[in-house]
Ligand binder design. Structure first.
Ligand SMILES: Nc1ncnc2c1ncn2[C@@H]1O[C@H](COP(=O)(O)OP(=O)(O)OP(=O)(O)O)[C@@H](O)[C@H]1O
Length: 258
């Protein structure tokens, strides 16, 4: 029998009452690849992310990470197994600085109790010192070192989006789900963020991402899965997808301008 794929999305379905947001979608993600999940508005992409990360219960099917069923587990459990994600519109702490955002994410992961932290016990100090180094690394990785002391909510959206990626990276994931990482970015920012996604993959993290910027998707994905109206309509290398008549029709038949 072939060995289990890194991530197996196996006949998943999600119905919201009468709305079949995801009907019967199956695909796999190989370890170390960048897989793009694309499709017109309302195709079911974000719902698929929510099913993989455990934010929503499945109506049918299952999701496995290295052969182990993760669907049905709580989102924090799935995160602790190495699956981190970002959100459309970002979920940063807008009143905190960039550094404080990352410290908060790293502290949430570290085994330090609230009271030990509060009283500045030596163990907590040691953890803070370790976290300082990690914050520096993540800041460097997401290209926000110069913005470390800025209030996150005051930054342009593109920078907030990078910080969202940093918060996910702070969890030291093996699989990173990025929901529209290039939204609201100009071409220069998109190029920088695309290079960052490739660096993330090169550091050993498998990446699954949803994105509307077709040039960026075509440029950095190893493979692409296309969904439309809750169903998978195509899967393949970027060049195959770009030439696929069903994909072209799905996009031309929608209001999508991407
Ligand atoms: N909580 C919900 N309750 C009811 N319907 C929902 C819910 N979430 C999503 N839907 C519906 O499910 C379908 C798929 O939505 P989803 O957000 O997954 O699409 P998407 O491909 O991510 O779209 P977009 O590109 O616009 O973000 C849509 O018809 C949407 O209206």
């Amino acid at each position: 029998m072939a060995s289990e794929p890194f991530l197996a999305v196996d006949h998943i379905a999600k119905h919201f009452g009468g709305v079949k947001a995801v009907k019967d979608v199956t695909f796999t993600v190989n370890r170390g690849e960048i897989l793009g999940l694309i499709g017109p508005n309302g195709a079911g992409k974000t719902t698929t992310f929510n099913l993989i990360s455990g934010l929503l219960p499945l109506t049918g099917g299952e999701v496995r990470l290295e052969g182990r069923r993760i669907s049905g587990e709580r989102p924090d459990r799935i995160a602790s197994l190495g699956v981190a994600r970002t959100f459309q519109g970002t979920r940063i702490f807008p009143a905190l600085t960039v550094r404080e955002n990352l410290e908060t994410a790293l502290l949430a992961r570290a085994p330090v109790g609230f009271w030990a932290d509060w009283f500045g016990l030596p163990a907590a100090r040691a953890i803070h010192a370790a976290i300082g180094g990690e914050v520096t690394n993540v800041l460097d990785f997401i290209g926000l070192s110069a913005q470390a002391e800025r209030i996150a909510g005051d930054m342009p959206y593109a920078h907030q989006s990078l910080l969202g990626v940093g918060l996910a990276l702070a969890l030291k994931p093996r699989l990173l789900l990025l929901d529209e990482p290039f939204a609201g970015m100009n071409p220069n920012e998109t190029a920088g963020a695309a290079a960052m996604v490739q660096r993330i993959r090169d550091s050993g993290v498998t990446v699954l991402f949803v994105e509307h910027d077709m040039a960026a998707v075509m440029g950095i994905c190893d493979r692409i899965v296309v969904v439309d109206q809750g169903s998978k309509i195509a899967e393949g290398a970027p060049a195959e997808i770009a030439a696929n008549p069903r994909v072209i029709e799905a996009y031309l038949g929608s209001d999508e301008d991407a």
